[in-house]
Design a protein around this ligand. Sequence first.
Ligand SMILES: *Cc1c(COP(=O)(O)O)cnc(C)c1O
Length: 433
Amino acid sequence: MAPHPGDETFNEIGQPRFDMKLEPQAPDKETLLANLMKDAYPDAQGRFGPFGGRYVPETLVPALDRLQAGVDRYLRDPAFLEAFHAELAGWVGRPTPLTHARGLSRRWGAEIWLKREDLAHTGAHKINNSVGQVLLAKKLGAKRVIAETGAGQHGVATAAACARLGMPCTVYMGAVDMERQAPNVGRMKLLGATVMPVTSGDRTLRAAVDEALRDWVSDPDGTYYCLGSAIGPHPYPYIVRELQAVIGREAREQMLAQTGRLPDAAVACVGGGSNAIGLFHAFVKDREVELLGLEAGGQGSGLGQNAASLSYGTPGVLQGCYSLLLQDADGQIQETHSVSAGLDYPGVGPEHALLMTAGRVRYEAVGDDEALAALAECCAAEGILPAIESSHALAGAKRLAQAQPGKRILVGLSGRGDKDMPTLQRTLLKGQL
Ligand SMILES: *Cc1c(COP(=O)(O)O)cnc(C)c1O
């Protein structure tokens, strides 16, 4: 059988053809929204409305079934959650603070609050997911952990979690990315991980995922695959959402404690969608809280100029999951562009596709220049250097503030910008050094 043209991930290991007749019927928007309010997603098939599911070769099914059994057993088990929260408190540094951004509030004419994932260990929210999954790997009896990484942030977080919890770690990374992100390769090695250069395919993130899956298939009992965002086949989007939901739970409590009210709006940047779903999840049922996701608008709306799968994408299957993708009319996945490496992915988590379709979350694209301008404002007004990814969320908050002055806006500041200095030297600081 020919592979689905939109999914190159499983070609060499036998992706079953994605038959458009299997495309699930989407219920109407009101039904989707009503089910959202009942916390009915994902369903037993791992679907978020019409999105999600499992589109994988037969060889992966036993490994995913085993993972699902582990999820059912541990993810809501009090002893597991206690161990997870002990690591979050004692090692990651949670709860992260909620900071009243006085300078940005004055400048933008709104009340801006920052949820400080930049202060989490290793510099971003990714560690929440890595430490949770490595704990799960140990419970499942795995002997080693593997991960894929693009810009290197998920690789660093997973290497750190593995060192902390005493698990051998192998990280697959495209050869092109290894060159572009040399400092993170060094960090992973110092943290004891083996970094495997991937020289096949596009030699970037997508090829690295393929190699990690191949490794996993060859030893599904002894190996745990730690996926880095709310994407991939079921149950990964669910696992990552559950582990990142601590962001929104904390932020919701902190808003109530520090301001006495819920925010009028919560905004976050969306790459694969893990920090955004982590922030939004606690607010989905608070219908009065407006939710806004910001994607990488890059250099424009044309195919290849951005990484905004929700804004400009069409439905299809990528890396085991039915969602919205940046693909051409023949279903070929397109190269993406963003100034922020962490948002540079041609797909998006299925839960975001649902939240958009149900009308609960609005998604907009923020271009490279607008994100960099917001980064500069945050540095100057707050004394905080945010990640370029997070600066897309800041730019979205500024748009909201200008459209609705005086509103109380919660911003998911997903990470710190130290890692972005080489890019900032080429852009904002060009000619100044
Ligand atoms: C990786 C990364 C992102 C994008 O990933 P999501 O899964 O969409 O959250 C955003 N911000 C930072 C700082 C990152 O490192």
